[in-house]
Structures are given as structure tokens and as C-alpha cells.
Design a protein around this ligand. Structure first.
Ligand SMILES: Cc1cc2nc3c(=O)[nH]c(=O)nc-3n(C[C@H](O)[C@H](O)[C@H](O)COP(=O)(O)O)c2cc1C
Length: 168
């Protein structure tokens, strides 16, 4: 089924951003050489620098990290309920070991600012306005355990440039 564009203000009629924690999504990016995606359960949805913005948090150890660093855009793909296996695949296998974009067997749209899965429920396409690494030294004791080893997450601040949903 084809996807069509909606205004960003109507996104919550289709997807509840707060559901990301349980329903997950796949963030995809291409740096012009490689394309990859990773399952995400963290995301920030709001306004930054006066723009509707989605922030994604990619850990230093992810293969996706260098691709996001070289990309100008990323997508956040909310999949259909029956696609749980695909979310598990993108969240457990690394692009370091396997080409997940080919391995998943899904149609990937490549003529958009960022790659996305053609059969998603909703897709947010974002232009990266900036990025910054978490400062592990300044986080509260309650979350410090996340950063005892292996480095931190990088925040990618994505200005929403297009929102697509499936259906009529
Ligand atoms: C439910 C779930 C949520 C996840 N959320 C994030 C996230 O928000 N940020 C992140 O860096 N990794 C997250 N991960 C881990 C990556 O998806 C996982 O390490 C993946 O294999 C990385 O792929 P890559 O090495 O190809 O980049 C999550 C994994 C799962 C299963």
C-alpha cells in the first residue's frame, strides 16, 4: 500500500509518540556509501530551534553510528503490529555482521531524503540539524549505570521535513 504525506501536526492521529517505548521503531540513514537501520525505543518528539524535531539516540557501539555521522537525514519508521520480528531483527543483529537492509527482504524507498520501509505504518523524515554526545559526567545517579563502560549515546536532532502514513 502506498504512503501519503500528512502535516506533522496530524502525526498523533496515526502514531502515539509515547508508544515508542513499547512498540519501537526503526531509524534508518544512509551516508551515501552505506545504508543501515537500528531498532529504537528512545526518541524525543518536540520543538527545537523553533522546528518540529525528532531526536534519536544512537549509542557509540552501534554500527549505525558512523552512518548517522555521515548522513544529512534519517527516517524513523513505525511498523505495523505484525512486524514485531523485523523490529527484533533490527534490534539484535548488527550491520557490522549482516546487511540488514537486504536481509529483511522489505522494499526500501531510496529516492527520499532518507531511506525508509515502503510498508511502514508511518514514517518521519528528518534533516539532521546537529548532534551531541551525552555528557556521562553530568547525568543523574539514577541513569549513570547506562554509561559505566562502552561510551555514550549521541543525540541526533532531526528537523521534521516530511511525515508519511500508509492508507488512503
Ligand atoms: C527494543 C529495543 C530498543 C532499542 N533502542 C535503541 C536506541 O534507542 N538507541 C540505540 O542506540 N540502540 C537501541 N537498541 C539497540 C540496537 O537496536 C541494536 O544494538 C542493533 O543491533 C544495532 O544495530 P547496528 O549495529 O546495525 O547499528 C535497541 C534495541 C532494542 C531491541
Amino acid at each position: 500500500m502506498s504512503m501519503h504525506e500528512i502535516p506533522v501536526g496530524e502525526l498523533n492521529k496515526y502514531v502515539d509518540p509515547w508508544s515508542l517505548e513499547k512498540e519501537w521503531a526503526i531509524a534508518c540513514a544512509s551516508d551515501g556509501r552505506e545504508t543501515n537501520g537500528l531498532t529504537i525505543a528512545w526518541g524525543g518528539f518536540g520543538i527545537l530551534w523553533n522546528k518540529p524535531t525528532v531526536t534519536v539516540y544512537v549509542h557509540k557501539t552501534r554500527y549505525s553510528k558512523h552512518i548517522f555521522d555521515g548522513a544529512k537525514y534519517f527516517s524513523v519508521c513505525f511498523l505495523k503490529a505484525e512486524d514485531r520480528k523485523m523490529l527484533e531483527y533490527f534490534g539484535s543483529v548488527s550491520g557490522r555482521d549482516e546487511d540488514k537492509m537486504a536481509g529483511c527482504g522489505r522494499e526500501i524507498v531510496t529516492d527520499a531524503p532518507a531511506p525508509y520501509f515502503a510498508d511502514s505504518r508511518a514514517v518521519i523524515l528528518c534533516e539532521i540539524m546537529g548532534k551531541s554526545d551525552f555528557d556521562a559526567g553530568s547525568v543523574d545517579e539514577g541513569v549513570r549505570a547506562w554509561y559505566q563502560r562502552d561510551g555514550v549515546h549521541t543525540q541526533y536532532y532531526g528537523k521534521v521535513v516530511r511525515v508519511l502514513v500508509s492508507g488512503q
